[in-house]
Design a protein around this ligand. Structure first.
Ligand SMILES: [Zn+2]
Length: 310
């Protein structure tokens, strides 16, 4: 009897464990078949939102093909997602605020332990007086002379031995969408968006015939509506509530503006991410403002959420 009781206990414990473990197992199967976007970071810069900062993975048939942004905390989520740095074909940055780029060197260091041979292209905005360009940003970490992590300069410096090279590029911030990267059935288009005085891009990833658009941080001005036209999935940033003014409004789009862009662009599915303390808890108000303009499916993102693109 004792033995049998023990067996039942074991069964119950393993059943309970499998239930507890199910979410991470499910997360690792994101994009196993077809195209999907996994949210690595659904938060903003505040640690108290208990979310990783901005970052997204585009999966196709079990491979992580594109990483968009790499905010703080996203490196841990990358590992939790089951992705490998050696799978990535390109990294796209929307801009270089810390909450979009802070974990970049951690991801690159992790790739050191993987078997990557081919170059890793990296695209992001040009610079200005306040922000580095993408080539400067990468060199600021890994440059041979002045890079903070110059001990890893073989990743960047031609001729130095190493398993693979980073290939940073500055994407022109044009008012109309232009293709920045193209390889096989994968292409990435960028357009200039307005995010205060920070050089910023929105990205459209076309993969396997699906269109996925990442707004990045923007107040809604610029070419985002054109870039997002007929997107199968549109990920927009819910960084400010309706009624925001001043600096907040110059940097970010309130729900009414997001809803209008989603409607004008005829997007098929809207996901709201970059959730901050000032918008968390206001989901009903946010949804009401968006619903006045856009009636398609909409959801709020959480870390490791997986959105299949159909
Ligand atoms: Zn920003």
């Amino acid at each position: 009897m004792t033995r049998r009781y023990g067996d039942i206990c074991c069964l119950l414990v393993s059943f309970f464990l499998s239930c507890v473990l199910l979410p991470s197992a499910a997360a690792q199967s994101c994009g196993a078949q077809g195209v999907a976007v996994q949210v690595l970071g659904s938060g903003g810069p505040e640690l108290q939102d208990k979310r990783a900062s901005s970052s997204y993975l585009v999966w196709e048939d079990g491979r992580a093909r594109v990483l968009v942004d790499a905010g703080g905390g996203s490196a841990v989520r990358f590992g939790e997602s089951g992705a490998q740095m050696s799978q990535l074909e390109v990294i796209l940055f929307t801009h270089f605020h810390v909450d979009h780029s802070g974990d970049f060197p951690a991801l690159i260091k992790s790739s050191w332990f993987e078997d990557r041979k081919r170059p890793l292209p990296i695209y992001g905005p040009e610079g200005n007086d306040f922000m580095p360009s993408t080539t400067e940003f990468v060199a600021d970490f890994f440059g041979e002379e002045r890079g903070a992590y110059r001990y890893l300069s073989e990743l960047l410096v031609p001729g130095e031995d190493g398993s693979y090279k980073l290939q940073p590029h500055n994407a022109a911030g044009t008012p109309k969408p232009v293709v920045a990267f193209h390889s096989g059935n994968l292409a990435a288009y960028s357009v200039r968006v307005v995010h205060g005085g920070v050089p910023a891009l929105a990205w459209r990833v076309e993969v396997g015939g699906k269109l996925i658009v990442f707004s990045g941080d923007t107040n809604g001005e610029g070419g985002l509506t054109e870039l997002a036209a007929k997107a199968d999935l549109f990920i927009a940033h819910n960084a400010v509530p309706e009624g925001a003014t001043g600096v907040e409004r110059r940097l970010h789009a309130p729900p009414s503006v997001i809803g209008q862009i989603a409607e004008d662009a005829h997007v098929k599915h809207l996901v709201l991410s970059h959730r901050m303390l000032r918008t968390l808890g206001k989901e009903t108000q946010t949804q009401t403002e968006i619903r006045k303009r856009f009636s398609g499916p909409m959801e709020f993102a959480n870390d490791l959420d997986c959105f299949p693109v159909r």
